[in-house]
Structures are given as structure tokens and as C-alpha cells.
Design a binder for this molecule. Structure first.
Ligand code: MN
Length: 415
């Protein structure tokens, strides 16, 4: 028995198919895409608090925001850029000269210049031709390079754009000096297999010096697709704490980090023990509660109740835990409830140095189950009700909006 391995690890069996980059530069988007989640807004001071924590956790690059959004946003980016963080600070802008100027003024050392690439975006949103998009991209990339910035070039909706255009566009901006090329799955429609095909084709056609990806979670695949991208050599995957972001959000920082560290043995440079604290801070400041069953940072991620599971965990945590909770700054919780078994009670009694004979143990077990089964769920149901009310209508209510319309002096047609 002694030389038998307790669990088999088949990840090495696929190692030859992975082309992991020599080093990973996690690119955090919590303060930009994360903040674009409906109803979420951070004050400049809150952005700074999150940025400091991200930087302390070892995140090497963070997007502080888009300075042209508002005066307050410009102040936020400047505050973060001037804070002397270990992390490099990036700010974003469109392919517009004024946007690049605003990033230069913000003091950020890195810029992400973005424009859309797919036909649907060009025709219905930008009302620009492919040549106009290419021209504006090349011009602003040059402008940013001349200003001494590290330039990442991003297209929205890259993976739904004609590949010939993507190739022409990205080759042109790389030639114009772009340091890093970002492929975006803006509406989250990639799957690991298709994304792998796409990125291999992208690498073959464009030959990026440095590849980055931006994955959304519309089908719950953001983390899987992001790991796929890293397997294809992407060095700078975009992530958001707690998977915040537009609609269903972005790839979550904690999932991508632990996927790389724990499953592939890749060093990300992140102090993983600080992940939970970071997650809690963003939960508080964003006002978006973490789902109880969210991987790694959800309340249940390291909780055990079922008798068979608890018994296994007490004997050896490897039975039902893929990693130790302390690795992400958490602790294991044993829950006493309907599904509890005898082993959990024996362990619990030990806390006070007590042992009990079997008949009493069985009676104790019966009463623990009865007690939790008959317990009211009213508190939880009230919480769900409140959650639905709060999240059912983020932002301004209609009443609030029309009051502002009137205050501004726009005639509403009503008396
Ligand atoms: Mn996005």
C-alpha cells in the first residue's frame, strides 16, 4: 500500500499539447469591465483601495478605467496611477486622439486602445468601414507609442469578425508599434475547442509578439476559454475579481489563478492566500454578493455537510477537496444539518473531550436532523426576496429618471 499513489494526476498526460508561456502577466479588469456591471460603480477612493489590494496580492497589471468617461473617472485613474503601486497601471481609450491624450494625462504607463471588429459592430454601432477602423487604429497606436506608452490593442467582438480583416488589422497595428494584441470574445460564444482552433489560426496568421485574451461568461465558459488561451501561449489573460463584468461577467481572477497554479503547476506570481480577502473586499465595495456555490470564494466552496463526505474529509481531506482551503486564505467548515452523519458528531464531541455510546449517538443524530429539517427558511427567503427587489432594477427607477428630466428642463409633454 505504501508506494501506491493516493490519487492519479492525468494533467501531465496532456502536457505536450499545452504551449504555456514562459511567464504569465495577469491583467486585471475589475476596475474597468468589472465596474461596467449593471448597477456597479466605484468611487476614486474605492478604486484605489481595490488597486492597492490587487497590487499587494501580486497582480502585475491593472486597468484603472477609461479617463474620458467622466471627470470623476479621470480623477480615479490618476489617483491609482500616482499611488506608486508595484502593479503597472493601465487606462483605456477608443481609437480617438482625445482618448489617448486623456490616458497620457492620467499618468498611466500602459494603454489599451479599443475599437470593434465584427461587421455587426461596424455597420450598426460604429458606422465605419473596415478601412476607417484600420486607419484610426494605426493612427492612435502611433500616437500612444510616440507618447511613450506601452500599447495593447483590443478589438471588441474579435471572434465574430471576418478573419481576413482581423489579420489585416492586427498586423497593421503591430507594425505601427502595438506591444500586445488582445483577442476578445465579447459575447462569450467561444468553447475551449473552437477557441483553441481560433487562437492557433490567429498566431499563424498574425504572429503576435505578445498575445492576450478577454473572455466573457455568457455561457459559463469564461474561465475554461481563458485557460485554453493560456494553453495556446497567451501571456496576459484578462480577469476580474469574483468574475464581475458586463452581463454574466468576465473570467474570474481566482478561478484562472487557481486553475493555472493548482491544475497545471504554473506560477502566476499571485499570493494565493490573499485571494479570499480580495474577493470579500470587492464583494463589499461592488455590492454584488458572491454566489454561495461560486468556485473557491463562495461560502460553500469548502463546506461539508453530507455524512459520507464529512466522514471522508475527516479521514483524509483529499477524498473530497481538490485543494486545501488555506491555499486561498480560507478555512474548512463542517456543517451540522439534515445530511450529517455519525462521524461528524463524534468529531464535534471531541472538541469538549467527550465520547458517547452508540445508542446515544444515534439519538443525538436523530435530533440534529429533526432540528434542522424543521427549521424555518423564512430568513433566507426574505433575503432572496430583497435580493430580487434590489437587483431586479439596478440604476435609476423610472420615477427618478423622469424627475431628473424635468429638473434639467426638458419638456416631457405631460402637464
Ligand atoms: Mn468586456
Amino acid at each position: 500500500m505504501s508506494d501506491e499513489r493516493l490519487v492519479e494526476d492525468y494533467h501531465p498526460a496532456t502536457a505536450a499539447q499545452r504551449h504555456l508561456p514562459a511567464s504569465i502577466v495577469l491583467w486585471d479588469e475589475t476596475l474597468r469591465d468589472g465596474e461596467q456591471m449593471p448597477g456597479v460603480h466605484f468611487s476614486p477612493e474605492e478604486k484605489l483601495r481595490i488597486a492597492e489590494r490587487l497590487s499587494d496580492a501580486g497582480v502585475p497589471l491593472l486597468n484603472a478605467g477609461i479617463p474620458v468617461v467622466s471627470e470623476e473617472e479621470a480623477r480615479a485613474v490618476k489617483l491609482v496611477a500616482d499611488a506608486g503601486l508595484r502593479a503597472k497601471v493601465l487606462a483605456a481609450g477608443r481609437t480617438v486622439a482625445g482618448d489617448v491624450d486623456a490616458v497620457v494625462r492620467s499618468g498611466a504607463t500602459h494603454i489599451a486602445i479599443f475599437v470593434a471588429a465584427s461587421n455587426v459592430h461596424l455597420r450598426y454601432k460604429l458606422k465605419m468601414t473596415q478601412d476607417e477602423v484600420l486607419q484610426a487604429s494605426v493612427t492612435t497606436v502611433r500616437q500612444a507609442k510616440d507618447a511613450g506608452l506601452h500599447v495593447a490593442y483590443v478589438t471588441e467582438d474579435t471572434v465574430r469578425a471576418p478573419f481576413d480583416f482581423v489579420e489585416r488589422l492586427y498586423r497593421a497595428v503591430q507594425e505601427a508599434g502595438a506591444d500586445r494584441l488582445v483577442v476578445a470574445d465579447t459575447v462569450g460564444i467561444m468553447t475551449p475547442l473552437t477557441f483553441r482552433w481560433y487562437l492557433e489560426e490567429f498566431v499563424r496568421r498574425v504572429r503576435p509578439k505578445d498575445l492576450s485574451v478577454h473572455c466573457h461568461n455568457d455561457f459559463g465558459l469564461a474561465t475554461a476559454n481563458t485557460l485554453t488561451a493560456v494553453e495556446c501561449g497567451a501571456t496576459a489573460p484578462h480577469v476580474c475579481v469574483n468574475g464581475l463584468g458586463e452581463r454574466a461577467g468576465n473570467a474570474s481572477l481566482e478561478e484562472v489563478v487557481m486553475g493555472l497554479e493548482s491544475l497545471y503547476g504554473v506560477k502566476t506570481g499571485i499570493r494565493t492566500e490573499s485571494l479570499y480577502e480580495l474577493s470579500q473586499l470587492v464583494e463589499e465595495l461592488s455590492g454584488v454578493p458572491i454566489a454561495a456555490n461560486k468556485a473557491l470564494v463562495g461560502y460553500n466552496a469548502f463546506s461539508h455537510e453530507a455524512g459520507i463526505h464529512t466522514h471522508g474529509i475527516l479521514a483524509n481531506t483529499l477524498t473530497y477537496e481538490p485543494l486545501q482551503p488555506e491555499v486561498v486564505g480560507r478555512r474548512r467548515q463542517m456543517i451540522l444539518g439534515k445530511h450529517t452523519g455519525k462521524a461528524a458528531l463524534v468529531e464535534k464531541l471531541k472538541e469538549r473531550g467527550i465520547t458517547a455510546p452508540d445508542p446515544l449517538l444515534l439519538e443525538l443524530l436523530r435530533q440534529v436532523k429533526t432540528e434542522t429539517e424543521s427549521r424555518s427558511k423564512a430568513d433566507l427567503q426574505r433575503f432572496v426576496e430583497q435580493y430580487r427587489t434590489l437587483f431586479g432594477r439596478p440604476g435609476l427607477s423610472d420615477t427618478e429618471f423622469w424627475a431628473i428630466v424635468e429638473a434639467v428642463g426638458i419638456r416631457t409633454g405631460k402637464a
